[in-house]
Design a protein around this ligand. Sequence first.
Ligand SMILES: Nc1ncnc2c1ncn2[C@@H]1O[C@H](COP(=O)(O)OP(=O)(O)O)[C@@H](O)[C@H]1O
Ligand SMILES: [Mg+2]
Length: 365
Amino acid sequence: MGEIVLNNVVKQFGKLKVVDNVNLQVRDGEFVVFVGPSGCGKSTLLRLITGLEELSGGQVIIDGRDVSYDKPSSRGLAMVFQSYALFPHISVRDNIGFGLRIAGEPKAEIQKKVETAARTLGMQDLLDRKPRELSGGEQQRVAIGRAIVRSPTAFLFDEPLSNLDAALRVQMRIELIRLHEALKTTMVYVTHDQVEAMTMADRIVVLQAGRVEQLDTPVNLYDHPVNKFVAGFIGSPKMNFVDASPGPDGQVKLSDGALISLPGLLHDDMTPGMTLGIRPEHLRYSHNQGDWKGTILVEEQLGSDAFLYVDVPNVGMITVRAVGERNHHSGETIYLSLPGELCHLFDDDDKRIETRAELREAVEA
Ligand SMILES: Nc1ncnc2c1ncn2[C@@H]1O[C@H](COP(=O)(O)OP(=O)(O)O)[C@@H](O)[C@H]1O
Ligand SMILES: [Mg+2]
């Protein structure tokens, strides 16, 4: 079992409230990622769950038991940090088994658990090496092994891959996903990297300034961000935002005067001072017609994708994803169109305006 419930969790450092009334439930066996910009309170929230930090208010419930005032060691959780903190002078085997030895487990038992963990992590051959004889990724695996042998009710990870180079991060990401599938143990994973969040999580908690902005599956967060913050944070390159206002006939009027129809949007649902959002891959581009006429300022060619940074008069810089396109160049004129059904709309308070079509979908789902 490994269900974690947070009820009205608050953490203050002096007058500074860094975790502000957080309520959430991590289901048994789930992989939940806390994501948000640096300083938003992710690590603090994780440390409150483990008990390394004391609550200023609220409760932490693990498997139905209130552990709010329990010592970290009696909460049954295992934490893996960005810095591996391995003992340099002892072998991988002894590093992985260290906690068990301190707990006084019999030698044979430790041996068995270390071997099993090493097999799970594919590092049986490394057990007799010293940490300095390992790569960064292998060291991180030892740190994870140290957590596995304790058979925790849940694993808590705080940016465990941040020290690794990009290629290794991708590899470790996949290994962690497979580890979760093998162990089926609850994992709570903190990162500032929305790509890690999107690729690894069953559900993502988006945090800003100590508050939960949205908790949902990666796809729902991407398709239905509840506000402009989430819309801008999830997705790379970022969603484009354009100032908008209510136009005639239930249409949305953009800052340059262009009119866009969002299916199922009622005039009464609109507010003055809205923002229209559209993701780079949802813009259509053409050489001769569209809602906008702009100039390509920069082309970022990635091989598989090209990102075009287009200056649209009275709108600003717009990012367009052109899959597989090779034939664009800076200075070129390009026409862009915004399919209404793929646009997002946010009110003057940056909250999502649900169209009637979306509300119907939600009811039917
Ligand atoms: N021990 C502390 N004393 C005072 N402020 C702290 C302490 N720990 C963290 N903070 C502050 O709390 C906020 C959240 O920090 P943290 O949880 O580490 O953010 P994140 O992990 O999302 O980057 C930051 O503004 C940080 O400066
Ligand atoms: Mg942190």
